[in-house]
Ligand binder design. Structure first.
Ligand SMILES: [Zn+2]
Length: 410
């Protein structure tokens, strides 16, 4: 007698094969590694092959990390099937979906939380070093190859309405990242409520121990992906109800990746304000999604290696808005370009923008500055081709105001 609970590992493998062979144009099936006991870990890549990868956002979904939580496997498989339905073709032309429905094959077979070495895979992702288990290493290799814009690990939790909700993993992110995570989680919860599955309030996972991090902590910290743990009730509703709740929320997550929001001038998950907020933000540089993803990861590494300071300076002395980014000489990873944004009063007249004293071209993408009005403010975006330098890097936005300020900062 097997202890395994449906969907079992064997059923997962059959479903993976079935969805891939029924959708040969849009679904690719790969093996990304083997479990401790040598069982293949499958990956489904779902996307429209006629749209180049560089023009698409990337969402990475995993399930079954805890082998005894069959709901995680069931939801990720259902998500893969849902994506192949005709009404979702638009999503496939806008995004790449990476789906690993069974992170822990040995745990699925033994109906155990841990892997065959009795290790919790979920928390075997130390920051800034390689993962501690073969299963975790397989997941992280996919992460490093793709650098997802958003990542969600799907779990099961007993207890009715206690179960259904999201944990928001903020990494080293500040209040802007917390607000963005809550915004997305609330959107997901509203979708679940409309589908008949009321949620509890989303929870915030604060980074406390870099050695015992959960998978989403690593994606949030090292790549600044929007990172969630998605909990869905099990052992309470029928499995079909858990799947409906999970699908409602993952569907809402997919929508969030196609909106323009959160200070980003292009549609994406809210992951591209790497540090800062509207007063002064450091963002990934690049002309397309793929180059911005690589730059986002390099920028996270650079900050870790030695950027103690990157923010808008307190007062716009002489009507010059300044963002200073300081690089210590410990920095080894220099991104190939820098993008910064700040907001000034909507009545301001922009004069010139400089980077380290050199004037940038107006209305130029790639190596220059652009501006637009957003939420009552004038947003200035500077894209600087070339690597930042050790020491101080300074963006200066010179502007004039058609009114008499009541005080002039000295
Ligand atoms: Zn779990």
């Amino acid at each position: 007698m097997t202890k395994a609970v449906s969907p079992t590992y064997e059923e997962v493998m059959e479903s993976v094969e079935a969805v891939a062979s029924a959708n040969a144009r849009t679904v690719t099936r790969d093996e990304i590694g083997k479990s401790v006991q040598g069982r293949p870990i499958p990956l489904l890549t779902v996307t429209d092959p006629d749209v180049p990868v560089k023009d698409k956002q990337v969402l990475f979904i995993t399930g079954g990390t805890h082998g005894s939580e069959e709901v995680g496997r069931a939801i990720t498989l259902a998500f893969a099937r849902w994506l192949t339905e005709p009404q979702n073709a638009t999503h496939l032309s806008r995004q790449v979906f990476l789906i690993v429905p069974c992170v822990n094959p040995d745990g699925a077979i033994a109906d155990s939380y841990h892997n065959a070495d009795n290790v919790n895979i979920y928390t075997s992702f130390p920051l800034w070093e390689e993962p501690k288990t073969v299963e975790a290493a397989a997941i992280w290799e996919v992460g490093k190859r793709w650098i997802p814009d958003a990542y969600a690990d799907c779990h099961g939790l007993a207890g009715g309405a206690m179960g259904d909700s999201e944990y928001i993993h903020n990494g080293y992110g500040g209040d802007f990242a917390i607000a963005n995570g809550l915004y997305v989680a609330n959107h997901m919860n509203e979708a679940a409520e409309r589908a008949g599955y009321p949620q509890r309030t989303p929870s915030l996972m604060v980074l406390r121990n870099e050695q015992r991090c959960a998978i989403p902590d690593k994606f949030a910290s090292e790549m600044h992906a929007l990172a969630l743990t998605v909990e869905t009730t099990e052992n309470y509703y029928p499995l079909e109800d858990s799947i409906r709740s999970g699908l409602a929320r993952l569907g809402a997550l997919v929508e969030m990746g196609e909106r323009i929001h959160c200070f980003q001038p292009y549609p994406n998950y809210p992951c591209d304000v790497i540090t800062g907020s509207r007063p002064g933000a450091l963002m990934p540089y690049g002309a397309d999604y793929e180059s911005r993803r690589r730059n986002r990861k390099d920028t996270c590494t650079m900050i870790r290696e030695g950027v103690p300071h990157c923010s808008r300076m307190a007062a716009d002395k002489g009507n010059v808005a300044r963002i200073e980014m300081v690089l210590e000489d410990t920095v080894r990873t220099l991104p190939e370009g820098v993008a910064m944004q700040l907001a000034v009063d909507r009545r301001a007249r922009l004069d010139k923008v400089t980077w380290n004293g050199q004037e940038l071209s107006p209305a130029a993408a790639g190596n220059g500055w652009t501006s637009w009005t957003d939420a009552g403010a004038r947003v200035v975006r500077a894209e600087i081709a070339g690597r930042p330098v050790t020491g101080s890097n300074m963006l200066e936005v010179y502007y004039d105001v058609p009114f008499k300020p009541h005080v002039q900062p000295k």
